[in-house]
Design a binder for this molecule. Structure first.
Ligand SMILES: [Zn+2]
Ligand SMILES: [Zn+2]
Length: 397
């Protein structure tokens, strides 16, 4: 389990956690469980401990539960950035439990919508919680709330983190935000479509030299030029182009389409990795730590269920972190119906696919019986022996 590193440790690390990565509407079907179904919500903890929240999709509810566990009745202060007012970016607000505790304090940042006028986000709160849409009155939200308006090209500082806001190309508008912390730079550019030269240039400037660049990758490059043109979203290929032109170090593909199954997102990630060295597909529960050396990525624990320890011989083929193909004989150490733990001499790439061929246990003599699995790498840790890697995989179709 990726535990929070809190500010008390006075490290020089910025920590970015993904609580919701799905675009448009939440999904609950099994075909999307691995990347996750909650709508956009990111948590950024700056090296000095300042808490930022980026967007208030349904992932915000889960973050609120986590904070309630950690903080109990201690007060929480956070700076919340709302990129725009489409449902998938505000849906979590009424379900964010820290808003109902008087000791907490929240600073909201968003833009003035031409459809709402002054105090746009405040109005969104009121409308969202008005009868008959929600049973609890806004007055129950006892946390202190402060609203600030940001406009295009604004730059300001919050406890040493420098923030830049840029308008992106999206129906009714959407803001991209750049956070320059002492540990490095994170750029969050959800909902945006390429094709308006001035705004494309603005996005490149926003993303310049970022350590982590999170970009809308809802559609395939084909959809983007045909059936989904003008819908306000981007593709992995457009994201790669911006990343290359802006000198980005890590690209995160974000805002997965509700109709994109895990298998489809796997394919998108594979395509993107052929064109750009360091790409990740945003995954619910994924944590990226930005320190002095490099970006460290931790995937969520997705392998539940009854764990069966064992010693199953297997052959594994896959790609190393450097992108070289490998094949290796090993044993599976434990096995559930969802995945397995294996020790390898190679270090495969996180979020890559391994082919595992297992001898069918208890089938001696009948040597044609093999079990074949495809596994998706979710965990890499030092193995028990030197130069070994303990590799956690989740089985895919
Ligand atoms: Zn969206
Ligand atoms: Zn939108």
């Amino acid at each position: 389990m990726a535990e929070s590193v809190r500010s008390g440790m006075s490290n020089k690390v910025a920590k970015l956690s993904f609580w919701g990565v799905r675009g448009s509407t939440p999904t609950v079907d099994r075909a999307t469980w691995r990347y996750g179904g909650n709508t956009p919500c990111l948590e950024l903890v700056a090296p000095d401990g300042t808490q930022f929240i980026l967007d208030c999709g349904t992932g915000l509810r889960v973050l609120g539960k986590r904070w309630a566990e950690i903080h109990g009745t201690n007060s929480i202060e956070a700076h919340i950035f709302v990129t725009h007012y489409h449902w998938d970016h505000i849906q979590g607000i009424p379900f964010f439990s820290p808003l109902y505790a008087g000791q907490n304090r929240f600073h909201f940042y968003s833009f003035r919508s031409e459809f709402l006028g002054r105090d746009s986000l405040k109005q969104v709160f009121e409308a969202q919680m008005a009868y008959p849409y929600f049973p609890v009155d806004l007055s129950a939200m006892s946390a202190a709330r402060q609203f600030s308006e940001v406009t295009d090209r604004d730059q300001f500082e919050i406890n040493g983190t420098r923030i830049t806001a840029r308008m992106l190309n999206h129906p009714q508008g959407c803001f991209g935000f750049r956070f320059e912390t002492s540990a490095g730079t994170i750029v969050y550019a959800t909902d945006n479509e390429p094709g308006v030269p001035k705004l494309d240039q603005s996005l490149r400037e926003l993303a310049a030299d970022a350590d982590i660049f999170i970009n809308d990758a809802q559609y395939t490059p084909e959809q983007l030029t045909t059936t989904r043109k003008g819908w306000g979203h981007s593709s992995w290929l457009a994201g790669v182009k911006v990343a290359q032109e802006a000198g980005v170090r890590n690209l995160v593909l974000f805002h997965h389409d509700p109709d994109s199954t895990d298998k489809i997102v796997d394919g998108v990630l594979r395509d993107a990795r052929q064109k750009f060295e360091s790409v990740w597909a945003a995954s619910e529960g994924m944590v990226m730590s930005l320190g002095e050396e490099r970006v460290e990525v931790i995937m969520p624990t997705t392998r539940g269920g009854l764990r069966q320890e064992g010693h199953f011989r297997a052959r594994v083929t896959g790609y190393t972190e450097e992108g070289r193909a490998f094949q290796e004989e090993t044993v599976l150490r434990d096995l559930t119906l969802q995945g397995a733990l294996i020790y390898l001499n190679h270090s495969p790439r996180l979020q890559s696919e391994l082919q595992v061929t297992m001898e069918s246990p208890g089938d001696e003599g009948q040597n044609h019986n093999h079990l074949r699995f495809r596994g998706y790498v979710v965990r890499l840790e030092p193995g028990p022996e030197k130069d070994q890697t303990a590799v956690g995989i989740v089985f895919t179709e």
